[in-house]
Design a protein around this ligand. Structure first.
Ligand code: ADP
Ligand code: MG
Length: 543
């Protein structure tokens, strides 16, 4: 972590403003980073509040997902942007825990500010924070619990903890079960590729409880003609990524004709060419054709005659998924199509002739699954999609790593207490910084308690006092008392917690290293900017 920026001071340049240095610059940076933390703090934990995001078009997003909030907000201050980047990194590496990371980063900076005011130099704080980070990761690891890959019950609890507070309580168990089923279904040699192998589809109608896991893919399309086959076993699939319309081809070409017969000949010729193009596809042995663009009546007539299922205007993202899972190539030049371009599925089926839905199931080299989200409105289905986004990743993390920690603030109390013990063995000013780090980690249980409406100080005192006896003691959100989180099934992946500490500490240290914000002339800008990659920050919001 320290290595990335070495010991060089990082310089941020504001092309339009006077120079600000030292304490002043740092205070401004700290304040703006804290402002970001404050925004998401009230969303943390199962009782966190939602935020309503309204964009310039008036579209509304209701969410309490930290990453989404930060992603959609218009943040301009460069250090605030650094915090947003941290949230993104957290999301990418751990898939959950973004709010925690940002809240901790804010607390680390708040404590740093206090120490700076008391005359502690930022470099000492940085040193203490780095020592504390390493120690904290070790403490978390020692505190973690092993989980077997076949421990379905525990994996469902992991999913549930991530979902709690983000979807209706009644639906949560159902969604958690789907997460675990999906992860088991696409698992490949102990690894899970959530992004490629689990497709999320949304449908308005029904309730969240109707959300289902489909073995394969479902696309919202039907065969173009009732007489086409609607159930194809051993499907050989062609993906055509170009328009298949005769009229189009004909009008595109310029020609010079002298007589009516000649024109007729020409049209006949064009027709024959087009017919031959369709035949090319049929000749590959394809019995299913998905076309991403238009396909005219003339074209699908031939497919129908040949007993081929064909459909048109398939969405680009569906074409991508079809290509990934069936192994078919996206064909742009139909003249060159061969049987090599075809993909395979054990079954392609439009179950209901009157419904625009076709299932593609049973692949050779991939195990794509689809989670079909149902819900009464787009707000509902969008929210459930974000829930899955987090929950699938936490299940993946624990499935792959085999480690989890007790949630509800339990692991944070453990880290804080052990860090304080460690600090006392260090002494000096670093001790202050390590103790500050411990308090920053405790911001998580503090915020969870506050967001539940409990007295944060009382809760924290009780958690600390009980921790010696109840190893996995965390906040019972129903009572405000300390309970065994492991017994209650409130658990988080170790990966999420580890990454949250790393991310928070990393951004805090980065911000503490900045001791200069200066007005740069062109030359100076050229000198410093590229190395630290900060030249592209929008500085307009600064000071
Ligand atoms: P993040 O973006 O950091 O994941 P969340 O809003 O998802 O933020 O809150 C996660 C925190 O809430 C974790 O510390 C987790 O242990 C805690 N948590 C989740 N469910 C419960 C629960 N039922 N009781 C107590 N704590 C919970
Ligand atoms: Mg979460």
């Amino acid at each position: 972590m320290a290595g990335q920026y070495g010991d060089q001071p990082v310089v941020i340049i504001d092309p339009s403003k006077e120079q600000t240095t030292g304490k002043d610059a740092l205070s401004v940076n700290i304040a703006s980073a804290q402002a970001v933390a404050k925004i998401v703090r009230s969303t943390l934990g199962p009782k966190g509040m939602d935020k309503m995001l309204v964009n310039i078009m008036g579209d509304i997003t209701l969410t309490n997902d930290g990453a989404t909030i930060l992603d959609e907000m218009d943040i301009e201050h460069p250090t605030a942007k650094m915090v947003v980047e941290v949230a993104k990194t957290q999301e990418k590496i751990a898939g959950d825990g973004t709010t925690s990371a940002v809240v901790m980063a804010g607390a680390l900076l708040e404590k740093a500010q206090e120490m700076i005011t008391q005359g502690v130099h930022p470099s000492i704080i940085i040193k203490g924070y780095i020592m504390a980070t390493e120690k904290a990761l070790q403490i978390q690891k020692d505190y973690s619990i092993q989980v077997g890959k076949d421990d379905r019950e525990m994996l469902e609890k992991i999913a549930l903890t991530s979902i709690t507070g983000k979807a209706s309580e009644m639906a949560s168990a159902h969604l958690a079960k789907i997460c675990v089923d999906a992860v088991y279904a696409v698992e490949n040699e102990g690894k899970v590729n959530v992004d490629d192998d689990i497709v999320i589809a949304k449908e308005i109608g029904g309730t969240i409880n109707d959300t289902e896991l489909i073995n394969g893919i479902a696309i919202r399309k039907e065969a173009l003609h009732l007489e086409m086959p609607h159930r194809i076993e051993n499907a050989k699939i062609a993906l055509i990524d170009t328009e298949m319309a005769f009229s189009k081809t004909a009008t595109k070409s310029k020609l010079h004709v002298d007589s009516a017969e000649q024109l007729l000949d020409f049209k006949e010729q064009e027709k024959a060419n087009f017919r031959q193009m369709i035949q090319k596809i049929i000749d590959t042995g394809a019995n299913v054709v998905f076309c991403s663009k238009n396909m005219d009546d003339y074209a699908f007539h031939f497919f129908k005659e040949a007993g081929v299922y064909a459909t048109r205007r398939v969405k680009d993202e569906d074409m991508e998924v079809l290509s990934h899972s069936t192994g078919a190539a996206l064909v742009r030049n139909v003249q060159d199509i061969t049987s090599e371009d075809l993909g395979f599925a054990e079954l392609v089926e439009q179950e209901d002739l009157h419904e625009e839905k076709t299932y593609i199931k049973g692949f050779k080299n991939s195990k794509t699954m689809t989670i079909l989200i149902k819900g009464g409105s787009e707000h509902v289905t969008d929210n459930v999609e974000r829930v899955f986004d987090d929950a699938l990743h936490v299940v993946k993390s624990v499935f792959e790593d085999g480690t989890l920690v007790a949630g509800g603030g339990a692991s944070e109390i453990e880290v804080a207490q052990k860090l304080r013990a460690y600090a006392s063995t260090i002494g000096g000013r670093e001790q202050m910084a390590i103790n500050a780090f411990a308090s920053a980690v405790e911001e998580i249980p503090r915020a969870i308690a506050e967001n539940c409406g409990f007295d944060a100080i009382d809760t924290l005192l009780e958690l600390r006092a009980a921790h010696g006896n109840v190893k996995y003691g965390g906040i019972n959100i129903a009572t405000g008392k300390v309970d065994d989180m492991l017994n209650m099934g409130i658990v988080d992946p170790l990966r999420v917690k580890t990454q949250a500490i790393k991310s928070a500490s990393e951004v805090a240290v980065m911000i503490l290293r900045v001791d200069d914000m200066l007005r740069a002339r062109e030359q100076a800008m050229m000198d410093v900017a590229p190395e630290h990659n900060i030249h592209n920050y929008d500085m307009s919001g600064m000071m």
